[in-house]
Design a protein. Sequence first.
Length: 58
Amino acid sequence: MPIGYRIFKYGEVLLNYAGAKYGLDATIATKQLNLLRKRVGMPEFTVNLRFTGLKRIP
């Protein structure tokens, strides 16, 4: 393998994307997280819409 190439696993790419998206605009990349969770047999990730940050919405 030539020097200068990096190998990324698909799961790592999905997590990097989700982390960057959250850092950019504080939204959760549920589609990418669910793609990764499905690959390992975990249930889908859901967002509790009753809470935003630390402030509760009635």
